[in-house]
Design a protein around this ligand. Structure first.
Ligand SMILES: Cc1cc2nc3c(=O)[nH]c(=O)nc-3n(C[C@H](O)[C@H](O)[C@H](O)COP(=O)(O)O)c2cc1C
Length: 186
């Protein structure tokens, strides 16, 4: 994958997935606006070696390639369905295999989906601290959507799409800033 690159990673463990569709919608939007290469992955893509892995080296080759793409991304979009008030266990386990310093300073756009409004703060109370641990650059606008915001698996709620566009604008500021830094250094 050529750089700069935007990579989506969704914690859904079943398909079809609203979360994956939501993450990919945002990935495509940022990629199209800024000419980035893009990929979106989910737990299904990582495959069965994830559950048994105690260390990144225990992952099979395709799973290690996905881990490497996530680490190498210029911008990350992460999302998870809410399971029992938090991200899915395998979403956390994937990030548990990443070196604590590997995501330092990386722009990360936070998203989540849930069955209802009750757990909307998963993005602030679960996802933001996780990426705070990594000292990643989590964007100020995090986006949560509920099942009723989707029609046939596609995000269709105007207020949520508007909030997602706000997060995409923030990602754009960082993408432009990063290429500006690169140009200045050349
Ligand atoms: C095991 C399980 C636990 C869930 N726990 C919650 C929950 O605590 N809060 C919530 O709002 N939705 C909960 N849900 C609903 C899902 O978060 C919701 O349907 C989500 O949008 C599914 O995303 P997906 O289509 O990407 O799988 C749960 C669903 C499952 C299967």
């Amino acid at each position: 994958m050529s750089n700069p690159a935007i990579v989506g990673f969704s914690g859904n463990i079943t398909r079809p997935s609203k979360t994956r569709a939501f993450v990919d919608l945002i990935v495509q939007d940022v990629a199209n606006r800024h000419g980035l290469s893009s990929r979106t992955y989910d737990i299904d893509d990582v495959g069965p070696s994830l559950g048994a892995a105690r260390w990144a080296r225990d992952l099979d080759a395709p799973a290690q390639a996905i881990l490497s793409h996530v680490i190498a991304a210029d911008v990350l979009v992460v999302g998870s369905p809410t399971y029992k008030g938090s991200y899915t266990g395998l979403f956390k386990h994937f990030f548990d295999l990443i070196d604590p310093a590997a995501l330092k300073g990386k722009p990360v756009l936070l998203t989540a989906t849930g069955g209802g409004e009750r757990h909307a703060l998963i993005v602030e109370h679960q996802l933001r601290p996780l990426f705070g641990f990594f000292e990643a650059f989590a964007l100020p606008t995090a986006v949560y959507a509920t099942d009723k915001d989707f029609i046939e698996g596609v995000l269709s709620s105007e207020p949520i799409l508007k909030r997602a566009a706000q997060a995409v604008d923030e990602a754009g500021i960082l993408v432009s800033g990063r290429s500006g830094v690169r140009l200045a250094a050349e």
